[in-house]
Each structure stands twice: as C-alpha cells, then as structure tokens.
Design a protein around this ligand. Structure first.
Ligand code: PEP
Ligand code: MG
Length: 885
C-alpha cells in the first residue's frame, strides 16, 4: 500500500503485519494530503479529529503509556513519507507530546534529567522551526534557536552542546519559548493534541516547500502524489540497563558473507551509536570474537569487557535473530535494521534493503539465487552495474582512506584507485617507470603524444578536459584510473609544480587519485587489488542468458582486445586507428605523410606506414578469432600528429630533407581555429584518398592473410564524421576499388562491410539517405553530444561544475546519454535507416556505450549492440540484461 501509506508507512505496516514488533502508530494517507490542498487544514482536522483521537488511544493501550500524562508519558514522532523516497526533502518532528509537566515525568521515568531536558529543548527547537515557521527563509540568516544556543554557551563558558548543564538546558527551553512568543505573538503550544495537529499540517505543507518541489521536478515525481503522515510512539533505549539500541544487518555488507551482524549500546539512544562517543558492542558472539581478534584483545578480556548482545541479553538476542531472518526472508534481500530495547521489550524501528559493497552485492545476489530465495531475473536486477567497477579495478583501502587528506576534486573520468609520484612529462613517466617507480602523470590535458607516458603511469590527472577528452577516453580504454578537469589545480610545467590552494607539490611528491569519485588525496593511500571470482562469472553468464543487446568493445590494441574478450565482449565496435600511430617509428612515417607537400610525398610516406598498420590489424583480428571487428578510418585533425617541440622538428626536417623554416611553415599551415570542426574525419579521406587506400589495404590485407592461415575474420570498415551521403559514397568507392585490388593480389576474397559513424546531427537527420549506401551505423555519441549541445567535449570542465550545481544540467551529457535530445536523434536515425535497409546493423561506440542508463536506452530503441571500453564490458552486459527483464 505504498501509494496510500507512503514508503515509510507501508514498510512499518508490513512489518507489523508479519508479526515484527514495531512501535505502534498510524498513518494518515496521501489522499488526505490531496484533500488538505483542496479543502484546507481546518476542514481536514474537523473530519479526522475523532479518528486521530481513537488511533492515539490505540497506541496508548498498546504501549501502556498516555499521551500528555506526566506520570506515564507517551511521546510520538510525526514523519512524512511519499510513495517515492525523497530523502531529507520534507519535515519530521520527534518527541512530540512534551511540555513543562511531561518533561518532569520523562525525567523521572528515565532517571535521566539531562536526557529529558535535552529532548525537550530539541523538540521546541524542531517544532519552532518546522511548524511555527521560525526557520529563516534565507540560508544566510542564522536560525534564531541556534543564535540562542550560541549565547547560552558563551554565558556558560562552554564550547560544545553536550557540555551544557541541565540548568542551561532548562534555560534554553525558556528562552526558546520566549523567542517563539516574540516572533509569532502566541505561546508555544503545551497541549499535546494542539502540537500533533500543528505537526501534521506542517508535514503536509512541506510537500510544497521549495526543496521538495525542485526535487520532484528533477526526479519526475508528480505533485498529485502527496505525502502521507506517520504518527508513531517514540521508544527509548536509555531507560536503564534493560534498555538498548542498535543497528544490524542480516548479512555482511562488506563481503556478503551470510552472517547476522551489527552493533548495539546498552542504555543509549540511537544517536549515541552513530556519534561514536561510546564504543558500541557487537550483537553476535562470533562478531564480537572477530572484532576482538582484529584489535588484538584476548578472549578473556573480550568476554569481560566487550560481551556481545548474544551473551548479555540472550533472550532479546534470540528474538532479534529470529526477526532478522524473518525480515530477510520476507523481503528476499539483505536487510539493514534499526532496533531499540525499552525496558526489556524489543522494538524494530526500521528495515530496509542494506547498502553494500560491489563484491557483497554480487555474492549476496548469487547466494540468494542458490538458496532458492530469488529468481535469476531478480538476481540480475539486484546488481547496480556501476558498482561492478569495484570488482574490476583496485580500490582504496577503507581504513587508509579515512585518514587521507583530500586536496581537490575533478571529474571521475576512469574508475579505480592509484597512488604514485607526480611527473609532468610523458617521457619522464616512462623513464621513472623503467626505474621501477610508480608515477601519476599530471598535465593540463593529454594529447596522443603522451600515450607512452600514460601507459607507464598508475593513473592520470588533468586540470582541463571533460569525460570524453583524450585523457578520459584513452584511460578508460587502458582500464587505468583517471581524473580530468580538476580545475582548482594549477600546473606549472616550467617549475614542475602543482598548486592546489596553498599546497604546492613538486615533481616526485606522492599523491593518490580516485577515478571513481574524482578525488585527489595528498600522499600515499593504500589500495586493495581487484578480484573476480566464481560468483562474478555466474552473474555474467546469467546476464548473457537474459540480454538481447550485444556488447562489443572499443579496442585499439591486441592487448585491449584480449582484455575485452576475457570480459566477454563479442566483437570490436570501434578500433580507433589513430591510436596505433604513436610509437617511435610509426609516428615518424606518419609525420612525414602529414608534412609532405604533395600527393607523391604522402604516398611515399604511406608506403612506410602500411606494413605497420597491417601488422597491427593482423594481431587484432587474430585475437578476435572470427568475431566482428569495426575498424574506423583515420579521424583526428592531422596537426595532432605533428611535432611541437623544436628538437623533434629539427629531426623531422632532417629526415625529410627540408629546412626547419619550411617545416615550421607547413606546421603553421595545418593549424586550425577549431580543429574539432575542421579538417578531420572523412574530410581527411576525401581530400587525401591515398590515406583511405592505405588503410583499406592494411585492414583487408591482414584479413586475407589470416584467411589463408585458416582464421576467420569479419571486417567492418567505418567512415567517420559523415554528414552528407556523398561524403560517404566517395569513401566507399575508394574502399571497394582498393578491396578488389587487394583480393586480386592476395588471391583470396572475403566478405566485408562498409558503414559509417553517425556523429554529426545532419547525418542523423538524413539517415535514410545515408543508409541507402552504408551497410551499418555506429553512433559516435561523443561527437554527436558535442555537436547537438554545442559543448566542446574538451572544454566542458570550465562550466560543467557550475551547471551541475545550479541544476541547469542534471548530469554530464558526455557521461550519461541525453535521451531527450541526442537520444531522439539516435532513435530517429535508427528508424529511418532501417526503413531503407531493414537488415541495417546499428550500434553505439561513444563513451555512453558502457553507462547503464544509456545502455538501457539503446536496448529500448533496438540497437544491435553497444561498444564500450574493455573494463566496462561487464557493466554493459548486466545493464543489457536488466533492460531485457
Ligand atoms: C564518438 O565521437 O563518439 C566516437 C566514438 O569517436 P571519437 O571519440 O574518437 O571522436
Ligand atoms: Mg567521434
């Protein structure tokens, strides 16, 4: 009855129904909230008054306490609860029912005067803020109650709230009430029913507070749903040594082990467990023993000083143990429960599906499946795909992380944890690595020239660039941890320093980076290695069984291809050929090609490149053993390849037999104002068809060779950045004519496909025309996002944090596919393409291909496959299965 009772109310009612002891209460339904907004509070109160009174009577009977009775007081909490979770958006009031007489009764009953008065002053403060409108409208104004607390603390000469004496607390209550009178012209309500109705109305009102409205807008929650109000008896764990409070889990949230565990404190309130003032004790004996073992405490000491609940309160423990099993069985998932024991009586306050680590998530899902408690589909749906990252990359040791000093935050460009010494130049990274040092390369941004240095580093950190910048894309491909766009940092390449606020770091200093969160830490933080186990494999097999969408990989090297295959990729969806040029000899030939003045010079240089490319393709196709491989023709602007430092330019001039001035003039000529929209993609192949000829030769030549060796290949040649049908057609012509020559020379023929990337909005809009020639489409959503939004993928970091903070953007569109805009182009282009060519194979190879919500979108618009970096393949496989369930 979630819709009517809200999440919280429904959960409490459900626990009650299955016989779990929850503090008695009642819920005013979400329908009443709608009534409230149509007929007003007065009317609602008139209509419900009798029912509420009798419900309170019911609680009084069950609790043997009375509302407003100083000798035996019943206090209640009043909480909001919508059908969808809206954490912290609406209001809650605790300890309702207290007044000057009742507080004395509570004090007597608990034998704890301080607690009673602290509860009372908290209640007056909370009620004043929430119900009586004392909370300041502007964030910058001080809460009037906090101002009074500050004043009383100053007068008392103490710093912390908990240093205030009972007299101080009493004084606070008097001053709080005075402030209420001064502001509202009315006395603070002493009558418990007055208090109750005020609170109920305030919760209804909070449905329409600014925070809640904004949150609903972002989450797409309709305003008509309304909130329910749950009124529930308060129970106290601090009523002496037969009272206690604690938190427990039905399985281990850290490693997934099927072991009931948790912590509790005798004679304490919930916040004492969280506040860490007293050390909580373990609930189970085995938990307590393990805890003692870790701390080097002897069994005798443990039993004497830190006994478990199982030992101290065996009966309550047995009851709690039975309840946790019952709740887990009922919800078929690991439960995170809060409980209180009040004078020997156990109450469950809350249960919810427990948060867990990535490995616990996988183990619990598999265990529950094997125990026959959930179905295969349920097991798959239990997985948060992104959390699988924790099983694929090293992560920081949790204890070490607690002590680490955070320096700054950037974009979480490629997950994992890394620690090492700072280097600023790629060649230093390689050299230091060769000496056995672990390094983190820090740069403003990376370029293809840094590839070797990036390979040699543990992780990559850049001050500029977004989620699809060079550093991000390459790092993800390598499965290497990376943070981009850490804009608070300043890199000084001359001084070799990294400045973050007042901290200045030098080359060789140690830092640690978390590519999953974007956090940069000072010094070395210990990491824990990744591990894939049988449960992980079981889960992957299940995922494939249920998925329709296939998962390919973006891989440019045989190593990446092999990694991706081990993760279950069923093909390569994007092989970026430019990434193959950055090795010493290859880059020289490539540079010669680019810097040649005419076709003759280019052809000569391309002749040198051909054998290298052919060898690369041979190895990649060999690794893929007959699986389809999409090879993209050269895409980036040529000037990315030219040498920028003088030494390299001199070498190049010499190798080409020209003087330095001529060479620099040619480099100058290649310079563009806006290279991303300049001479790149198929514009290169169309202006210099000899490049396309060479690449076609290399690809098909390698495949023919493999065919002769008995290894099957399925090449798909992909033309990048097409916007006009004829751009594609011209390239296709060159490719097919070259193919004929290659087959003739090699004496074998093979099937291959020629298709295109759809990454320019015009291509998406004219997809039917393009499909008349292209045999497949692959959405390059990095460029498509860039061109649809008009946000430079390399410069977005300069305004993205502001846009996210201001909620102008909900998420980074380079990370999560914009389904409304870019997605519309994808679904439309797919439909139009297939209308002309029903068998058209359609995939996505932008970075979104490994992001779960984007993968699910791709399933819905019926793409054939997604292609993502190797380490994201498992994530995409699970997301694809979830989409199909
Ligand atoms: C794209 O644009 O989405 C794509 C895959 O190509 P690249 O990132 O190499 O531009
Ligand atoms: Mg692109």
């Amino acid at each position: 009855m979630r819709n009517l009772l809200g999440g919280k109310g429904a959960n409490l009612a459900e626990m009650n129904l299955i016989g779990v002891p929850v503090p008695p209460g009642f819920t005013i339904t979400t329908d009443v909230c709608s009534e409230y907004y149509s007929i007003g509070g007065e009317e609602v109160r008139n209509l419900l008054n009798d029912e509420v009174k009798s419900a309170i009577k019911g609680i009084e009977t069950l609790m043997s306490h009375n509302f407003g009775d100083p000798s035996n007081p019943l206090l209640v909490s009043v909480r909001s609860g919508a059908r969808a979770s809206m954490p912290g958006m609406m209001d809650t009031i605790l300890n309702l029912g207290l007044n000057d007489e009742v507080v004395a009764g509570l004090s007597k009953k608990t034998g704890n005067e301080r607690f009673a008065w602290d509860s009372y002053r908290r209640f007056v403060q909370m009620y004043g803020d929430v119900v009586l409108g004392m909370k300041p409208a502007e964030k910058t104004e001080q809460d009037p109650f906090e101002a009074i607390i500050e004043q009383v603390k100053e007068e008392a000469g103490v710093k912390l709230d908990n240093e205030l004496s009972v007299e101080n607390l009493k004084d606070l209550v008097v001053r709080f009430k005075k402030a209420v009178y001064e502001r509202t012209g009315k006395d603070f309500p002493a009558d418990p029913y007055e208090q109750l109705w005020g609170a109920v109305m305030a919760v209804f009102n909070s449905w329409m507070n600014e925070r809640a409205i904004l949150y609903r807008k972002m989450e797409g929650i309709p305003a008509e749903w309304g909130t329910a109000v749950t009124v529930q008896a308060m129970v106290f764990g601090n009523m002496g040594n037969t009272s206690a409070t604690g938190v427990c889990f039905s399985r281990d949230a850290g490693n997934g082990e099927n072991l009931f565990n948790g912590e509790y404190l005798i004679n304490a309130q919930g916040e004492d467990v969280v506040a860490g003032i007293r050390t909580p004790q373990q609930i189970t004996k085995i938990g307590s023993q393990r805890w003692a073992e870790r701390g080097g405490i002897s069994e005798a000491d443990r039993a004497a000083k830190y006994p478990s609940m199982e030992e101290c309160m065996p009966e309550i423990y047995a009851e709690l143990n039975a309840i946790q099993q019952k709740l887990e069985d009922h919800y078929s998932d690991m439960q995170d429960m809060e409980f209180t024991v009040q004078e020997g009586k156990l109450w469950l306050l809350q249960t919810r599906n427990g948060k867990r680590t990535g490995s616990a998530m996988v183990k619990i899902a598999c265990d529950l499946l094997h125990e026959g408690k959930i179905t295969e589909e349920q097991a798959i749906m239990r997985i948060e795909p992104n959390k699988l990252d924790e099983l694929l990359h090293p992560v920081f040791d949790k204890e070490a992380l607690k002590k680490a000093q955070l320096l700054t935050k950037g974009l979480p460009a490629s997950p994992g944890a890394a620690t090492g010494q700072i280097v600023f130049f790629a060649d230093d990274a390689a050299a230091w690595n060769a000496e056995g040092k672990k390094v983190i390369i820090v740069r403003q941004e990376t370029s293809p020239e840094d590839l070797e240095g990036m390979t040699a580093s543990q992780g990559i950190l850049t001050t500029r660039g977004g989620m699809t910048s060079h550093a991000a894309v390459v790092a993800r491909g390598m499965g290497k941890c990376c943070i981009t766009g850490a804009g608070e940092m300043m890199v000084n390449m001359v001084e070799r320093t990294l400045t973050i606020g007042k901290t200045v770091l030098h080359e060789g200093d140690r830092i640690s980076i978390n590519g999953t969160t974007g956090e940069v830490f000072l010094g070395e933080v210990a990491t824990v290695a990744a591990e894939m186990d049988d449960d992980f494999r079981t889960l992957m097999t299940l995922a494939d069984k249920h998925a329709r969408l296939q998962v390919r990989t973006n891989a440019d090297t045989p190593r990446d291809a092999a990694t991706a295959r081990s993760f279950g990729a069923v093909g390569i969806g994007l092989c970026r050929t430019e990434h193959m040029f950055f090795e010493a000899e290859k880059i020289k030939a490539m540079r010669e090609m680019i810097l040649s003045e005419n076709e003759e010079g280019r052809v000569k240089a391309l002749e040198k490149i051909l054998p290298y490319q052919r060898k690369d393709f041979y190895e990649i196709f060999k690794v893929m053993q007959g699986l389809p491989v999409t090879v993209r023709l050269l895409d980036p602007p040529l000037h990315e390849f030219v040498p920028h430092d003088v030494k390299q330019q001199e070498e190049m001039a010499e190798a080409m037999g020209i003087d330095l001035a001529t060479l620099t003039a040619r480099i100058e000529k290649l310079n563009e104002q806006n290279p991303m929209l300049g001479h790149r993609g198929c514009r290169l192949g169309n202006t210099f068809p000899e490049i396309t000829r060479m690449q076609t030769r290399a690809i098909l030549g390698a495949c023919c060779q493999l065919q002769k060796e008995g290894i099957e290949t399925h090449p798909e040649i992909m033309v990048p950045l097409v916007g006009i049908l004829y751009e594609f057609k011209q390239q296709e012509e060159v490719i097919r004519a070259t193919a004929e020559k290659v087959f003739e020379e090699e004496g074998v023929r093979l099937d291959f496909k020629v298709g295109t990337m759809i990454e320019i909005p015009r291509a998406a809009l004219t997809a039917d025309r393009i499909a008349s020639s292209a045999e497949f489409f692959s959405f390059g959503t990095n460029d498509l996002t860039q061109m649809t939004f008009g946000y430079s993928r390399d410069d977005i970091a300069s305004f993205l944090p502001h846009y996210l903070e201001q909620k102008i953007l909900k998420v980074d569109p380079f990370q999560v596919l914009d389904q409304k805009g870019v997605g519309q182009l994808i679904s439309m282009a797919t439909e139009r393409g297939r209308a002309i060519r029903p068998e058209l194979k359609v995939g996505i190879c932008g970075e979104h291909g490994g992001e779960p919500s984007s993968v699910k979108f791709c399933h819905r618009v019926e793409l054939n496959y997604v292609s993502c970096s190797p380490f994201r393949v498992p994530i995409a496989r699970v997301a694809a299965a979830q989409a199909a369930i």
